[in-house]
Write a protein that binds this ligand. Structure first.
Ligand SMILES: Nc1ncnc2c1ncn2[C@@H]1O[C@H](COP(=O)(O)OP(=O)(O)O)[C@@H](O)[C@H]1O
Ligand SMILES: O=P(O)(O)O[C@H]1O[C@H](CO)[C@@H](O[C@H]2O[C@H](CO)[C@@H](O)[C@H](O)[C@H]2O)[C@H](O)[C@H]1O
Length: 451
């Protein structure tokens, strides 16, 4: 193992985006490309290199994008120090202004970067946008987000960490919505695609980063909901608007991206996906195995019910994926889909009820997380009211689809809770009880409906 690989491995393990926390990374360097400094940056001799590392520790190897800036050490250095290799100090790219400016220049200038077994290319819907300064957001999730100052406004730059071969719907969805003039989503300003060696030796082509308008003065939906629930504040109006906004988003998506009538093979594929997720969960959290039979019955019942027209959806809708802006109301972000789902499945036309189910699960998470506080806060009634209001808002725009596809909605809610058990087992094991309790409750509800 080289010095660089060793250094990155021990640093990566501590990052929020390292997606298999149960393992010690076993890294292999696949390729790298170097970014030109942005034309407006002062050249201080720093080198900006993006590496692709394959982690062979999990059963299915994963490829991580690791942009690093090698530069001289400065007094009072910010966070992001990765280590010293080959006599140079290495820093996490997203923390470094030089990296963010260079990345934005490459994306919005539609430039190209070539390197050792890897390359990248920028794409834009408008003109080149210089970045004056930048700050990594601390609330890291699956990826790393950075706020970039553009002079008269701000932009949000997102760097994907786990990179995959194929179309990332975060970009294709936002590009189509931006071109269609959506007012429910921030505009896409530019994106970066790349090519690198896949773990199996073939070539992978996929998306590496994006830049979009920053929604000014926006509050995060999750924080807004948790603080309202904690204070016992009514959330009805907000939830109605969120439901209506979700239905508007679905209408916009159906207008700008392909739709298709659900055929038996689509139903089979959806069921396969649900059962695969169930098997992953029961493998990683074996106690769920005892619930397999009742869960399967809910899935099968939905597959036998009425089928909707399929279309592009958000794919991982929850309160952490919406922002409330004083001027623009609810805004929807992060169209990447569920990070644990294969990329090839995520851009396929799907049922809108999957998104509705995701948001319903999120209201339950608000109550579940508050119940874990010390002392506990009882927000069960708050969550039930929010749920009702959200569905009312959705129906006010979409009509009576919720009654028509009630079986599908129940199955997607259960599927999401099953997925969440795996997600929590990998990222926040102490939160497993939240989706675990939900699976049991949803099964009781389904049994009640069936009798
Ligand atoms: N366009 C935007 N305007 C303002 N804040 C944003 C914007 N996009 C994302 N954010 C903030 O960045 C956080 C992470 O973004 P998100 O797209 O959800 O990343 P991830 O893929 O890591 O989940 C969000 O919770 C939100 O607070
Ligand atoms: O935001 P991401 O795309 O990274 O989504 C993943 O992480 C989410 C947690 O941050 C996870 O969401 C789950 O926890 C939320 C509260 O933190 C809750 O609102 C959601 O309902 C619940 O699913 C999401 O499932 C996962 O894909």
């Amino acid at each position: 193992m080289t010095e660089l690989t060793e250094l990155v491995g021990s640093w990566m393990r501590r990052q929020r985006w390292y997606s298999t926390k149960a393992f010690e990374p076993r890294l292999r360097l696949l390729g790298s490309f170097e970014l030109e400094p942005a034309p407006e940056s002062t050249d201080d001799g720093s080198r900006i290199v993006t590496h692709f590392f394959c982690d062979d520790a999990p059963r299915t190897p994963r490829v991580y994008q690791v942009p690093l800036v090698a530069r001289a050490r400065r007094d009072g250095d910010p966070a992001g120090f990765v280590g010293e290799a080959g006599g140079r100090y290495l820093y996490d790219g997203p923390v470094e202004e030089a990296y963010v400016a260079a990345l934005a220049a490459l994306m919005t200038g539609a430039g190209a970067a070539d390197g050792e077994h890897a390359r990248a290319g920028g794409h834009t819907l408008g003109e080149r946008i210089p970045v004056l300064s930048s700050r990594r957001l601390s609330a890291e999730q699956s990826n790393t987000s950075i706020v970039a100052e553009l002079g008269d406004r701000l932009a949000l730059v997102k760097v994907f960490r786990v990179v995959q071969d194929g179309e990332n719907p975060d970009i294709s969805t936002l590009a189509a919505l931006t071109a269609g003039g959506s007012e429910r989503t921030p505009a896409l300003l530019g994106w970066l695609t790349g090519a690198w060696p896949a773990p199996d030796g073939t070539q992978a082509n996929g998306e590496l980063a994006l830049m979009q308008d920053f929604v000014p003065g926006a509050e995060d939906g999750w924080e807004l909901a948790v603080s309202a629930a904690e204070a016992g504040e009514d959330f009805t109006e907000r939830a109605i608007a969120l439901g209506a906004g979700t239905a508007e988003l679905h209408r916009l998506l159906a207008g700008v991206l392909p739709t298709k009538r659900a055929e038996p093979e689509d139903v089979r594929a959806a069921l396969d996906g649900m059962f695969q997720r169930l098997t992953i969960t029961t493998t990683e959290v074996p106690e769920v195995e005892t619930l397999r039979g009742p869960i399967a019955s809910v899935y099968e019942a939905a597959a036998g019910g009425p089928l909707p027209v399929l279309q592009r959806i958000h794919g991982d809708l929850h309160l952490g994926q919406v922002l409330h802006s004083p001027e623009r109301g609810w805004q929807f972000i992060d169209f990447e889909g569920e990070p644990l789902r294969p990329l090839a499945e995520r851009a396929l036309p799907d049922a809108t009820m999957r998104d509705v189910a995701g948001m319903l699960r999120s209201f339950d998470y608000v109550a579940g997380s508050l119940a874990r506080r010390e002392p506990p806060v009882d927000a069960v009634a708050w969550a039930a009211d929010a749920r009702r209001a959200y569905l009312e808002g959705y129906a006010s725009v979409a009509g009576d689809v919720l009654d028509e596809y009630a079986g599908l909605l129940a199955a997607f809610e259960l599927d999401k809770a099953v997925y969440e058990i795996t997600y929590e087992a990998r990222h926040r094991p102490s939160w497993i009880p939240i989706p675990r309790a939900a699976v049991e409750r949803l099964l009781r509800d389904a049994a009640g409906i069936a009798h």
